[in-house]
Design a protein around this ligand. Structure first.
Ligand code: OOG
Ligand code: NI
Length: 451
């Protein structure tokens, strides 16, 4: 094959094409992008230290292109083919998310780039959920949904050909990559026409709105895209003036000096005119816009502390408006150390180690303790950004856009094995990825210092 283009280049082209398509489909998303860019600009101007840090950490370049999206599919075959489609762009399944716990009949993974260079170039991720028809109680409805899904093909023949070509050749040429992007995009396009009649839609909708969303259309339309903001509280505050209806509360941890994990909010899904079989006009509500603010990835210990504090605050925040919700969260999370040094010393967060200039110049060093080397100014530690998602937050995003629909009967059905069987591959453990990055950087630093 003549000069293949890199997976990263294809992912970059695809994420831009997807964003352009979604801006055309959902003009409010374009407004959201403008608002996020404005707040990011202001935040960086106000906080030169943050600007310098992002620059030094290779994060400035990716900020403008960074986003994630989400889709929902109906069958194992669809999920397995998506895995192959995303692999063409260097995106691999990371993490298993059980949403049944939150009353939503799906389980999910995130397709995303995994290595440092790929993440720095364009960290585009797609949160991908598989509908779990087995959780629907009515056998009749289950059969009906499965029958409808069996009849559709969500991929164009061109996309299938190019995926196979890429697998055979080990990549795509420039021209093939452009065709791939155009063909792959078709899978995620919105269709105003449902594939079923209104009566079928309503029956599935009555079981769970999400089931109707997955089953009644030609494909897994992208249901939101999410740019990365540096100040989520400010964007949330400005949304109404920009004509957007924000969800009630920001999901995730509170505002902190050292941001951890992920905070998210969205504008609510729009009610869109939909034509059903038999020329009946109706509406469907699925598509929205989301924003996220990312912080440091937590170790298993840090995550356990986060989960405990989140559970504790949820008992106290139920139903509170955002300002109160955030105040209670901040109170409960006061227990979570909020300096980089403490997060590191207590092993709560992942860091990447590098030699400082002094470290580069130092000769062989006898000290073997990283903390001592940091104190001596030979080594610096920088927080590793969290690249994944949070199940409780994801459930909050699902629910605020599904009219609060949740069903306790779905709970307690995590089934990673079944998900991986459908996917045709194992999902990578996200903690292992961060741990490996930290470990490799520690070894490289110690080796360079010849300790
Ligand atoms: C996915 C919701 C989860 C996130 O950012 O946590 C999500 C969906 O609504 O399909 O996107
Ligand atoms: Ni999202």
């Amino acid at each position: 094959m003549t000069s293949p283009v890199s997976h990263h280049e294809i992912r970059d082209r695809f994420s831009r094409a997807m964003s352009a398509m979604y801006q055309a489909e959902v003009p409010q998303y374009e407004t959201l992008l403008e608002l996020v860019a404005e707040v990011n600009r202001e935040t960086l101007a106000r906080d030169p230290e943050l600007a310098a840090r992002l620059e030094a950490h290779d994060e400035m370049n990716r900020l403008g292109v960074e986003r994630h999206g989400a889709i929902r599919v109906g069958t194992a075959e669809e999920l397995a083919m998506l895995r192959r489609l995303f692999a063409v762009m260097g995106m691999y399944p990371v993490g298993y998310y059980d949403l049944s716990e939150a009353g939503v009949p799906v389980h999910s993974t995130a397709f995303r780039p995994v290595d440092d260079e790929a993440l720095a170039r364009n960290p585009f991720r797609v949160f991908t959920s598989l509908l779990r028809l087995e959780l629907i109680e009515s056998a009749e409805l289950r059969k009906r949904a499965a029958g409808i899904l069996a009849k559709r093909d969500i991929f164009t023949p061109g996309a299938r050909e190019l995926i196979e070509l890429s697998e055979r050749q080990g990549g795509l040429t420039d021209e093939q990559a452009d065709r791939f992007v155009a063909e792959a995009l078709e899978t995620f396009r919105w269709h105003h026409d449902a594939t079923v009649d209104l009566e079928t839609y309503e029956a599935l909708h009555a079981e769970h709105r999400l089931i109707a969303d997955v089953v009644c259309f030609r494909g897994p339309h992208i249901n939101h895209l999410t740019p990365r903001t540096l100040d989520i509280d400010e964007v949330q505050r400005r949304m109404p003036a920009a004509g957007m209806n924000p969800k009630e509360v920001i999901e995730g941890p509170p505002r902190r000096d050292c941001p951890i994990l992920l905070r998210q909010t969205s504008f609510k899904a729009l009610e869109e005119p939909t034509r059903f079989a038999g020329e009946r006009q109706g509406t469907h509500t699925a598509r929205f816009g989301e924003i996220e603010q990312r912080g440091v990835a937590l170790t298993a210990e840090g995550r356990a502390l986060y989960d405990r504090l989140l559970a504790e605050s949820r008992r106290r925040t139920n139903g509170l408006p955002n300002a109160e919700h955030q105040r209670v969260l901040a109170e409960v999370f006061a227990e979570f150390p909020d300096t980089e040094d403490e997060l590191r010393r207590q092993g709560l967060a992942f860091f990447e180690y590098r030699l400082t200039e002094a470290g580069h110049e130092a000769g062989p060093v006898a000290e073997t303790e990283l903390e001592a080397l940091i104190e001596q100014g030979l080594v610096s530690a920088r927080p590793i950004t969290y690249e994944d998602f949070l199940p409780v937050s994801a459930a909050g995003i699902f629910q605020s856009n599904l009219g609060g629909g949740s069903n306790d009967a779905y709970a307690g059905h995590a089934n990673r094995e079944a998900f991986e069987a459908a996917l045709g591959a194992e999902v990578t453990d996200e903690l292992a990825l961060y741990g490996e990055r930290e470990r490799a950087s520690r070894e490289a630093v110690l080796e360079a210092l010849d300790v």
